[in-house]
Design a protein around this ligand. Structure first.
Ligand code: 2P0
Length: 350
């Protein structure tokens, strides 16, 4: 489609959530193409709000994070704009003032690239819609295009443009799946997973020693990479079955296996590295022991960092909540916990 722009001024604003992967994306082939398909829960409370004011110009950009000018982020976004300029040529003919803020505590050690890059991509697609004379159709095409641009900014961000559960990456188990954009899960998910809870335990707020991009890169030489990618595919098939049938035992086994394998891959990289902290391991042990003793259906997953996501259905809230407050909170940095849950996806806010 040849896009015909009428360059004018305007303002767009989106809020977009973070997500937590159940089947992990860890390793790329080529530029922002995942080595295996991943599947995640979109969160509700941990969101980025981004507002872009634009006017005719030459691609200049001002970037404010939480009301402060941020040169480092501005530089990263300028590079990103250069990459996408072939597909979104209007970025060369506008000047931008971008304001972004997160609802989750600043530097809580929560990965924010998924919410930040998806919010930015949604804003850019809305600007495209607002200034183009041949408007993109709303709904599916719009979100697919936003997911595509989010992926270019950060792979995991591609999944954040949809609510509930979404997957990214070509898989024989997911019809119409693509490496280029994510899609919402199409099958009917068992009511057990409705309104699923994710309580995020902040074990350490510190900056990571190894970035996710570097971590993905180390998978290239990881001797276990090939087995890992087949394991991810097998786990995806099993997880889809568990999500359809409501088999919580299988769900727990797969989700914990994915989390531990992710960190196992980091340890088996060269150089190997450990992002878990002693309290990460202590919390994992407590969760597994408590589940065995109480029969409460809760499990853990991890992102590329030391913090622990505790997952459980809404029906287990009382039991899981009391356990978390009494046993796990004391192991968190400054007792910091974020009570999040499955959410409905991004929202345009102006
Ligand atoms: C995921 N993670 O599936 C995995 C699991 C962290 C652990 O995707 O280089 O920030 O920007 O594409 O998406 C974190 O890596 O990496 C990530 P880039 P991203 O959520």
């Amino acid at each position: 489609m040849k896009t015909d722009y009428s360059i004018k001024s305007g303002l767009v604003s989106w809020q977009s959530p973070s997500n937590i992967a159940l089947i992990k994306y860890w390793g790329k082939k080529g530029f922002q193409i995942p080595a295996n398909a991943s599947l995640s829960i979109t969160l509700s409370e941990s969101v980025t709000r981004t507002k872009i004011e634009y006017r005719p110009g030459t691609g200049k950009m001002l970037f404010y994070f939480e009301d402060k000018k941020n040169q480092a982020f501005a530089g990263k976004i300028a590079k990103y704009m250069e990459i996408i300029a072939d597909e979104l040529p209007y970025v060369k003919y506008l000047d931008f003032e971008i304001q972004s803020r997160n609802t989750f505590p600043h530097s809580a050690g929560i990965a924010s690239s998924a919410s930040a890059m998806s919010a930015l991509a949604l804003c850019l697609c809305s600007i495209e819609n607002d200034i183009s004379k041949n408007n993109l159709e709303e709904n599916k095409n719009f979100y697919q295009r936003a997911s595509h641009f989010a992926r270019i900014g950060s792979g995991s961000a591609s999944r954040s443009v949809y609510g509930k559960l979404s997957s990214w990456g070509k898989s024989e188990f997911i019809p119409d799946s693509s490496d280029l954009f994510a899609s919402p899960v199409q099958f009917t998910v068992h009511p057990f997973f409705e309104n699923f809870q994710d309580t995020i335990l902040i074990v350490s707020k510190g900056e990571k020693k190894v970035s996710s991009s570097a971590g993905h890169g180390l998978m290239k030489e990881n001797p276990f990479a090939r087995s890992r990618y087949s394991q991810a595919s097998a786990n995806l098939a099993k997880l889809i079955h568990a999500l359809k049938t409501g088999n919580s035992e299988d769900f727990i086994a797969i989700v914990e296996n994915e989390a531990l394998t992710l960190h196992g891959m980091m340890m088996a990289s060269n150089p190997g590295y450990i992002l878990m902290k002693p309290n990460t391991v202590a919390i994992i042990k407590k969760i597994q022991d408590f589940r065995e003793q109480s029969g409460v259906n809760l499990c853990f997953t991890l992102d590329a960092g030391p913090n622990v996501h505790v997952l459980y259905p809404e029906t287990e809230r009382a039991g899981a909540g009391a356990f978390i407050e009494q046993e796990l909170k004391p192991l968190c940095e400054a007792g910091q916990i974020i009570y999040d849950k499955m959410g409905n996806g991004p929202q345009r806010i102006n």
